[in-house]
Design a protein around this ligand. Structure first.
Ligand SMILES: Cc1cc2nc3c(=O)[nH]c(=O)nc-3n(C[C@H](O)[C@H](O)[C@H](O)COP(=O)(O)OP(=O)(O)OC[C@H]3O[C@@H](n4cnc5c(N)ncnc54)[C@H](O)[C@@H]3O)c2cc1C
Length: 692
C-alpha cells in the first residue's frame, strides 16, 4: 500500500488531468495525426469504402488458406506434418462421435482414446519433453483433440500437460527416466494440487511431506479431511501416479509447497496402494469422460528422489537447498513454469468456440423462418439479430486466436526476464478466451433454436463439457486480479525508478504514452468525431488506451483513498475495489488483443487485409458498445455517438455476411468432426426416422 501512495501522490500533483479531457460534444474534427501508433491503417479513402471493398472480395480457397495460416500462426512443415498425422490418427473408428454414450461409457471411451493416442504405430505424436521444447506443437495437439471429444482432450491435458509437464519442468535429470513411460501412458498420471478447503488460494494447501532422515524417505500425509485432494483429473479410476503438492518439512522446519511424485495405484489391478484412499467426484454437469477424484494419504512413504527438485532439494541429512530463497517467489516460479497449461486451456476454449460458430453459421445460412406469404421465407442469417449475435463472436474468436498465438510464442521463447510477463498474459488471455467461449457457445445454441438442443448437433455438449474452463487452471475472477496487480506494480515502477517487475505495459506505453498522458492536454483529442472514425481501427484503439489509463488511475486513487481516509488495510481496500480491478484487467487484455491483431493485419497479404480489418473494427466497436456506460459517463464521447456505434456495427455485420462461411472454413476443423446434421442437408437427414 505504501507503493500505491507514491503513485497516488503523483496523481494528486497531476489532477488537472481531469479538466484536460476534451469535452464530450466537442466539434473538434482535428485528428491528431502525429498520434499514429504505427499500427495497421487503411487510408482514409479505403476507410470510407470499407464496406464496398468488403463486398468486392471473394474469399476463395486461396484466400481462405492465407487466413488459416494466420490462425495457425504461420506454421512450419514440422508443425503441419504433426497436425496432419494427428488428424489421420483421429480417423480411427474409436474416435467416432458418440453423443449418446452413458456416464460409464464416456469414462471408458475417454480412457481408451487417450491410451490409443499413446500407442500409435510409429511412436507418440507428442513426447513429454516437447512440452518444454516445442510448446506450439503441444498446444496444437490439445486444441485439435477438442473437436473430437472434450473429455479425451482434458484427460490428455491432465496426463501430458500437467502430470508430464510437472515431472519435466519441476523435476531434474534424475526424473528423465520416467519420460518414456509417461509418453506411452504406462505411467498414467494426475496433478494433485487442489484440496477441499483450498482451491484458488493454493498457498493454503495443508498436505504434508515430512522428511525422515533415517530412511531417506518422505512421508506424505493428509492431516485433516479439509486437506483431501479434490477434483483431481484421472484420480477416480485410472491414474496410477500423481504429482502431489505438499508442504515440505525437514528437521522440524516447513519449507512450503513442493511437488512430489507419488504412486497411487497398482498399474495392473488399478487398486489404490496401501495408505491411499481414493473416491470418485461422481457425475458432473459435463465432462463426464474425465474421472475426477479425491485422494487421502495416510503416512505414505516415498523415496527422497521423488521430490521434483528443480526449485528446492533435500540432501540425505535433510538439509534444504534452493535457488530461490523467498518461499513465495519460489512457489510462484513453480507455477510459472507450468503456465503452459493455462495457455492451452485458452487455445482449447477457442477451438470449442470455433466449432460452435461453424455449426451455427452453416445452419443460419440454410434455415428460413417467416417471410412474405407469396415468396421465400427469410434466411436466419438475414436477421440483424442473428448477425449481431454471431458476427461479434466470430470476430472475437479471431482476435483471441492471434492473442493466444502471441502468448504461445512468448512462452516458447521465454527468458527468465520475461517469465512473469508471460505468466500474467497467460492469466489474462485464459480468462478472456474462456469467458468468450462460454458466451459464444450459449449464443450459438440459441441461434440454432430447437436444433441447438440435439446432442448430435454438438454445441450443447461442448457447452457443458467446456464450462469448467472458467474455473480450472485458475478461476477467471481470481486470475484477472493477478493481472491488475501487475499493472499497478508496473505503473508504479515508472515513477519510482525501481526495477521493472514486468514489461506488461511497455508495448504501448514505452512509446511514451505514459509521459504524454500525464503532460499533454491534447493527447486524447483523437476522438470519435465522424462516422469514418468509427471505421478506423487506430482511432478506436485510442479509446481502449484511454479507458485503460483512466481505470488504472481511478483504481490507484480509490485504493489510496480507502487506505488513507477510510483507514482500511491494503487487503480490505483491494477487496472492496474488485469491481474496478476486474474492469482494469479486462481493459488491458482487450487493448493488447487489438494491438496484436492489428500488427498481424499489417503483415497480412493485401487481398485479405480489408476482411481482417473489418473483424478488428467489429471487435472494437462491440467492446465499446458493451461498455458504453463507461465511455459516456467518462465523457469520452457524446451520447449521440452511442447511436452511431450501433448503426456502424450493423453496417460492418452486413459487410461481413458474405464472408462468414469462408471465415469459419478458415478454422480448418478436420472434416471427420463436422458431423452435426444441421451443417448439411438436414431435411434429408431428418427424413430418415432412424436418424436423430
Ligand atoms: C472438473 C474439474 C477438474 C479439475 N481438475 C483439477 C486437477 O486435475 N488438479 C487440481 O489440482 N485441481 C483441479 N481442479 C480444481 C480447480 O483448479 C479448482 O476448482 C479451482 O482452482 C477453483 O477452486 P475452488 O473450486 O476451491 O473455488 P474457490 O476458490 O472456492 O472459488 C469459488 C468462487 O469464489 C470466488 N473467489 C475466490 N477467491 C476470490 C477472491 N480472492 N476474490 C474474489 N472472488 C474470489 C471465485 O471467483 C469463485 O467464483 C478441477 C476442478 C474441476 C471442477
Amino acid at each position: 500500500m505504501e507503493r500505491l501512495s507514491i503513485i497516488c501522490n503523483h496523481f494528486e500533483d497531476n489532477d488537472s488531468l481531469e479538466s484536460n479531457e476534451v469535452a464530450a460534444n466537442s466539434n473538434n474534427n482535428n485528428i491528431n495525426n502525429n498520434n499514429n501508433n504505427g499500427l495497421a491503417t487503411l487510408n482514409q479513402n479505403s476507410l470510407n469504402n470499407l464496406i464496398q471493398i468488403n463486398s468486392k472480395i471473394n474469399l476463395d480457397s486461396e484466400k481462405i488458406e492465407k487466413i488459416t495460416k494466420i490462425l495457425f500462426d504461420h506454421p512450419d512443415k514440422e508443425w503441419t506434418a504433426a497436425r496432419n498425422r494427428l488428424i489421420e490418427v483421429l480417423k480411427d473408428p474409436i474416435f467416432e462421435c458418440k453423443p449418446y454414450a452413458s456416464f460409464h461409457e464416456q469414462r471408458e471411451l475417454a480412457q481408451k482414446r487417450v491410451a490409443h493416442l499413446a500407442s500409435i504405430p510409429g511412436g507418440p505424436i507428442l513426447k513429454v519433453g516437447e512440452i518444454v521444447s516445442n510448446y506450439k506443437k503441444f498446444s496444437m495437439f490439445q486444441s485439435t483433440l477438442v473437436y473430437c471429444d472434450m473429455s479425451m482432450a482434458v484427460k490428455s491435458s491432465v496426463h501430458w500437460g500437467l502430470f508430464g509437464a510437472s515431472v519435466c519442468c519441476l523435476g531434474s535429470e534424475k526424473h528423465e527416466k520416467y519420460y518414456d513411460d509417461i509418453d506411452t501412458c504406462k505411467m498414467s498420471g494426475c496433478f494433485a494440487l487442489t484440496e477441499l478447503a483450498h482451491g484458488s488460494n493454493v498457498k493454503g494447501v495443508e498436505t504434508i511431506a515430512e522428511y525422515d532422515n533415517k530412511t531417506q524417505e518422505f512421508v506424505i500425509h493428509t492431516p485433516s479431511d479439509t486437506a483431501q485432494k479434490i477434483w483431481i483429473g484421472n484420480a477416480a479410476t485410472y491414474g496410477c501416479f500423481a504429482t502431489v503438492f505438499a508442504n515440505l518439512i525437514s528437521n522440524g522446519e516447513n519449507y512450503g509447497l513442493h511437488p512430489f511424485l507419488v504412486q497411487i495405484r497398482d498399474t495392473t489391478t488399478l487398486k489404490p496402494l496401501a495408505g491411499i484412499t481414493t473416491a470418485d467426484n461422481g457425475p458432473k454437469i459435463g465432462l463426464n469422460g474425465v474421472d475426477n477424484g479425491r485422494l487421502w494419504f495416510n503416512k505414505v512413504r516415498i523415496p527422497r528422489d521423488n521430490l521434483l527438485n528443480k526449485f528446492g532439494d533435500i540432501d540425505a541429512n535433510g538439509v534444504y537447498s534452493t535457488p530461490i530463497k523467498n518461499p513465495s517467489v519460489r512457489f510462484n516460479s513453480m507455477l510459472e513454469s507450468l503456465i503452459g497449461g493455462r495457455i492451452t486451456v485458452a487455445n482449447m476454449a477457442n477451438s470449442a468456440a470455433k466449432m460452435g460458430l461453424y455449426i451455427a453459421l452453416h445452419y443460419a445460412f440454410s434455415r428460413r423462418q417467416f417471410g412474405p406469404s407469396n415468396g421465400k421465407e427469410v434466411l436466419l442469417i438475414d436477421y440483424i439479430t442473428h448477425q449481431r449475435r454471431l458476427f461479434p463472436q466470430l470476430a472475437e474468436v479471431y482476435i483471441n486466436q492471434v492473442g493466444i498465438n502471441y502468448v504461445i510464442n512468448k512462452f516458447q521463447n521465454r527468458t527468465e526476464k520475461d517469465a512473469r510477463d508471460v505468466f500474467l498474459l497467460a492469466c489474462g488471455f485464459k480468462a478472456a478466451t474462456t469467458w468468450n467461449r462460454s458466451k459464444t457457445l450459449q449464443l450459438c445454441r440459441e441461434c440454432c433454436g430447437g436444433q441447438g438442443m440435439a446432442a448430435s448437433n454438438k454445441i450443447g455438449i461442448l457447452r457443458a463439457d467446456t464450462d469448467v474452463d472458467l474455473t480450472y487452471e485458475g478461476d477467471n475472477t481470481v486470475l484477472m486480479q493477478a493481472v491488475a496487480k501487475a499493472l499497478l506494480q508496473e505503473f508504479k515502477s515508472y515513477f519510482t525508478g525501481t526495477k521493472r517487475i514486468t514489461g506488461m505495459l511497455s508495448y504501448t506505453y514505452s512509446k511514451g504514452h505514459i509521459g504524454i498522458f500525464l503532460r499533454n492536454k491534447n493527447f486524447f483529442t483523437k476522438r470519435l468525431h465522424t462516422e469514418s472514425h468509427l471505421l478506423d481501427p487506430d482511432v478506436l484503439l485510442d479509446a481502449f488506451i484511454y479507458r485503460e489509463f483512466k481505470l488504472l488511475r481511478n483504481l490507484i486513487k480509490t485504493l489510496r483513498a480507502k487506505v488513507k481516509n477510510e483507514k482500511m488495510t491494503g487487503l480490505q481496500a483491494w477487496n472492496s475495489s474488485l469491481d474496478l480491478v476486474l474492469q482494469l484487467a479486462n481493459a488491458y487484455i482487450e487493448r493488447v488483443s487489438i494491438e496484436k491483431f492489428l500488427e498481424e493485419v499489417q503483415k497480412s497479404p493485401e487481398d485479405i487485409k480489408p476482411i481482417l480489418t473489418s473483424l478488428c473494427i467489429l471487435y472494437e466497436l462491440t467492446k465499446i458498445e458493451n461498455d458504453l456506460g463507461w465511455f459516456l459517463s467518462n465523457k469520452y464521447f457524446a451520447p449521440v455517438k452511442g447511436q452511431a456505434i450501433g448503426n456502424t456495427i450493423n453496417k460492418v455485420c452486413g459487410a461481413l455476411k458474405d464472408h462468414a462461411i469462408p471465415l469459419v472454413k478458415a478454422f480448418d476443423i478436420p472434416s471427420q468432426f463436422l458431423t452435426a446434421p444441421i451443417i448439411g442437408d438436414w431435411v434429408s437427414h431428418f427424413s430418415n426416422p432412424n436418424n436423430c
